[in-house]
Design a protein around this ligand. Sequence first.
Ligand SMILES: NC(=O)c1ccc[n+]([C@@H]2O[C@H](COP(=O)([O-])OP(=O)(O)OC[C@H]3O[C@@H](n4cnc5c(N)ncnc54)[C@H](O)[C@@H]3O)[C@@H](O)[C@H]2O)c1
Ligand SMILES: O=C(O)[C@H](O)CO
Length: 327
Amino acid sequence: MKPKVIVYKKVDSTVLDYVRENCEVIYFEKLDSDSLPTFYQELKDAEGILGSGLKVDEQFLEQAPDLKIVSNISVGYDNLDIPEITKRKIIATNTPDVLNDSVADTIFGLLLATARRMPELNQMVKSGKWTSQVGENLYGVDVHHKTLGIIGMGGIGSAIAKRAHFGFDMPILYHNRSRNLEVEQRFQATYCTLEEICQQADFICLMTPLTSKTVKLIGEKEFKHMKKSAIFVNGSRGATVDEDALVRALQNGDILAAGLDVFAQEPVSPEHPFLFMDNVVTLPHIGSATYETRLKMAKLAAENLVLGLQGKLPPSLINQEVFTKVR
Ligand SMILES: NC(=O)c1ccc[n+]([C@@H]2O[C@H](COP(=O)([O-])OP(=O)(O)OC[C@H]3O[C@@H](n4cnc5c(N)ncnc54)[C@H](O)[C@@H]3O)[C@@H](O)[C@H]2O)c1
Ligand SMILES: O=C(O)[C@H](O)CO
């Protein structure tokens, strides 16, 4: 008998077919107030779940006694309570690497758009307010040859560094849990403390995962250390930044501007001060949102799910200890 799994995100039909070949699939294109009661009903005897964003904690797991694998279609897994999942000998997987280039493109695009004030100027043109040559009041700042600080030099951080080094001649400073010798050699990146990055970089990109150690990693102290001309870009998770402190830093002129793809509350409230500031460029958490990359992520997540349920090693296992203990 095929194991029962729930797919709770819209995925390409080829991915769904592959999962269906190996599992009995209960499919929800999305979860909302209409579908949630059925989802929880089905969860009672499901052995696997495939999707993204759902909070999987003790309360959730209590309702899923047969669960063997949680396959996240995202690299970030702050929605998963890994100790609790591991305690119950459930496998957890994510989708690293396949999205590095697309996310790095987005973050670099956001950096450029913020520095060169593209959304503001786009709005000016489209609203018919382009009546004379653009003057100094609408100039941006150069990106090329400026110093880039990357906090969190993992897969995505390294792909950002590659673009900055080879495409924009930017000296790179980085902060990470440990030194990354490969990026030091390939992109001449220099390892620094958080404080040094804040003090010296012209652009600061935050790319750490959200963990207990990175909650509000960047707050009032860090913004005060930054140059008044600094541009801060967050591509990690909203909660890695103290958003109130960021609003104050932008309002007080402690930094020049910010580019944000992620927010502590998503979707961000339409009343949030960020939305009313010309020096903030916002995106709706679309780092990896291209057809090609979302397909690769879904394929990898499906492979993780199927292999995990077959007792084989999933390609991107988060909690190695469960796999070793269970088998
Ligand atoms: N905006 C988006 O759409 C989007 C897309 C993908 C990933 N993300 C976020 O980006 C994060 C990073 O993704 P990745 O694939 O590069 O992960 P990764 O694991 O390859 O890299 C993360 C890096 O952060 C470092 N790090 C962790 N804690 C740290 C700390 N306290 N201080 C300094 N460095 C620390 C790690 O050493 C690692 O090198 C994800 O966890 C996710 O939250 C966002
Ligand atoms: O972590 C990720 O993969 C992205 O943020 C999508 O959720």
